[in-house]
Design a protein around this ligand. Structure first.
Ligand code: ATP
Length: 561
């Protein structure tokens, strides 16, 4: 995306805050003009005090000087306050939009994406946009406004002064930032990208710390981390070095313009084209009016990073979801699940080919098959995390592509192989299934999932925090918390992906008994490798090579005692 486009898009996000932006710009312009008024009034006061003709009384000029100084302070405060108000309101708006986009993209588009990089976008990149909203948009408008007034004043003194001031402003405020920007190349983008990659590497390493230590690769990963941070530091050093050179060149250019202006002014004075007061007035005007254009110039290399951050944030906002949510669709009219002649592949790699299975209300459909045969994929398609390539899936008589996404999510509950626990209390982790559930309902679900006794055995019981990634519990306990969540939700369709893979046979049998009871009021689709788990199913289909290799066999489920 070009910088101009990024800038337009970021400006577009200002939306309802344009009024405050106008206040910031107006206060900024008035403040800078007041700042210019201080040395000009001071210089004229000195001339008036020394007896120069045609000037107001120096007492009056001193009053103007004092007023400008006070106004400068007040106006600067108003400008900063308005700018930061906009910036922080906007950052909140942008965060909301990014989270909404992530909800739209999840889970299909986020599968396989670096979480650390996402964290870096959500925190660092959005934070950096503050520079754009508080220190970029209004400085550009202020420089244009103040520049216009100064040029008009210079034109009133002498057209040559006006032309020289224009040349100085264009060189410092436009040409130099553009050159600096071009010289930085993709440095800003490279830096933000490296920062995101480093965050991702660190998060990955922390998550896999036990494995890394066990296999003796912790040191290697540590060295790789330092190598990458070294590269990041180099990128930053290059950016800062460019920025330093720009600042130095800029100061030299400003002094050259001041010097040339003074020489030309003296020349015009010598040939009596201007009075001494006018010449000094024009010179002080020029020297004191570089502030706003210098603010623009200093944006040069820093802006690279801001644009890079903006581009990464906009890329998330622009990303199209794999599955378009349906707002005004029908709600599933029951709990039967009908998978008809479904084919599906991930980006061209075929996983399911012409699969047809049906699960009726009040029954458990078991799905067996080797690892990688597409069992979890089938559940993901029933959840409509992805859309089928061919065929159709109906839940409660409604094609999932036409069903309201919200209603579909309400109708289905999925317990995945790995249950994610948030670092909150165990009660809150279960309550995710239904946020308005009472403590009694949470406890009932935990009892049904055979995890209640484990929880009350912990020192803080249901108030125990699950730890990061749920690490205070074993895999089997996490799995049962996931099941408790799903039972609490009480959705008509219950999809279970290896719900007993981490359970011992005692707990497996207990959980199976719960499922046998649960079947009465809903449809259950149960994926498992274990024959003992699938014993509870009313029918079992086996997936092999992307196809159903053995059809749904009706059979009497094993009596569970
Ligand atoms: N998000 C994804 N992107 C690309 N390929 C995927 C994705 N998810 C799964 N796959 C691939 O699709 C195939 C089927 O995966 P799936 O998880 O459905 O198998 P499974 O039968 O549930 O396996 P297991 O019993 O090991 O859980 C595998 O080859 C897997 O690598």
């Amino acid at each position: 995306m070009s910088h101009a486009k990024v800038m337009m898009r970021l400006c577009g996000l200002v939306g309802p805050l344009w009024g405050v932006m106008a206040l910031a710009v107006t206060a900024g312009m008035a403040g800078h003009l007041a700042a210019i008024g201080v040395p000009v009034a001071g210089m004229l006061a000195v001339l008036a005090a020394s007896g120069a003709d045609g000037l107001p009384a120096y007492g009056g000029l001193l009053v103007v000087l004092a007023s400008c100084a006070v106004a400068r302070g007040v106006l600067h405060y108003v400008e900063q306050m308005a700018n930061h108000y906009i910036a922080f309101k906007l950052l909140a708006r942008i965060r909301h939009r990014v989270f909404a986009a992530l909800r739209r993209l999840a889970p299909a588009k986020l599968a396989g994406r670096c979480r650390g990089d996402l964290v870096s976008v959500i925190t660092g990149d959005i934070e950096l946009l503050e520079v754009f909203y508080a220190h970029t948009i209004s400085p550009i408008a202020i420089a244009a406004g103040v520049g216009g007034v100064v040029l008009a004043l210079q034109a009133a003194i002498h057209p040559v002064f006006c032309a020289m001031t224009l040349a100085a402003f264009l060189a410092v405020g436009a040409a130099m930032p553009l050159v600096a920007n071009a010289a930085s190349g993709k440095g800003g983008l490279e830096f933000r990208g490296r920062l995101g990659a480093l965050d991702a590497y660190l998060l990955d390493s922390l998550r896999g710390l036990t494995e890394a230590m066990q296999y003796g690769v912790a040191r290697l990963r540590g060295e790789e981390f330092f190598r990458r941070s070294g590269e990041l530091a180099d990128s930053e050093r290059r950016l800062k070095a460019r920025s330093g050179v720009n600042q130095a060149v800029m100061s030299v250019v400003v002094w050259v313009f001041d010097l040339v202006f003074a020489v030309v002014g003296l020349h015009l004075l010598y040939f009596q084209q201007v009075s001494l007061a006018s010449m000094l007035c024009a010179l002080v005007l020029l020297m004191s009016s570089f502030g706003p254009v210098l603010a623009l110039a200093s944006l040069g290399t820093g802006l690279q990073q801001t644009f890079a951050a903006g581009e990464r944030v906009l890329a998330i906002l622009d990303e199209e979801p794999v599955v378009e949510p349906v707002d005004a669709g029908r709600a599933p009219g029951g709990s039967e699940v009908d998978v008809r002649d479904v084919s599906f592949g991930y980006g061209g790699t075929s996983v399911l080919r012409g699969v047809s299975v049906a699960a009726r209300p009040g029954s458990i459909l078991g799905i067996a098959g080797k690892s990688g045969s597409g069992k979890s994929t089938l559940l993901a398609l029933i959840m409509r995390f992805w859309d089928v390539d061919a065929g159709r899936i109906e839940v409660g008589g409604v094609d999932v592509r036409e069903a309201s996404t919200h209603a579909l999510r309400q109708a289905e509950s999925l317990v995945e192989q790995g249950t994610h626990l948030f670092n909150e209390s165990l009660a809150d982790n279960i309550r995710i299934g239904r946020l308005d559930a009472t403590d009694e309902e949470v406890e009932a679900a935990a009892r049904a999932a055979r995890i209640h006794d484990v929880i009350v055995g912990l020192p803080e019981g249901y108030d125990t925090r699950a730890g990061e990634l749920g690490d205070v519990l074993s895999a089997g306990e996490r799995q049962r918390i996931g099941l408790a969540r799903a039972l609490l939700r009480d959705a008509p369709v219950l999809l279970l992906d290896e719900p007993t893979s981490n359970l011992d046979s005692l707990n497996e049998a207990a959980v199976m008994r719960v499922l046998a009871d649960e079947r009465e009021s809903r449809t259950v689709v149960l994926v498992s490798h274990r024959a003992s788990t699938l014993d509870v199913a009313d029918a079992v289909v086996t997936l092999e090579g992307g196809r159903v290799s053995s059809g749904a066999e009706r059979r009497a489920p094993r009596a569970l005692s």
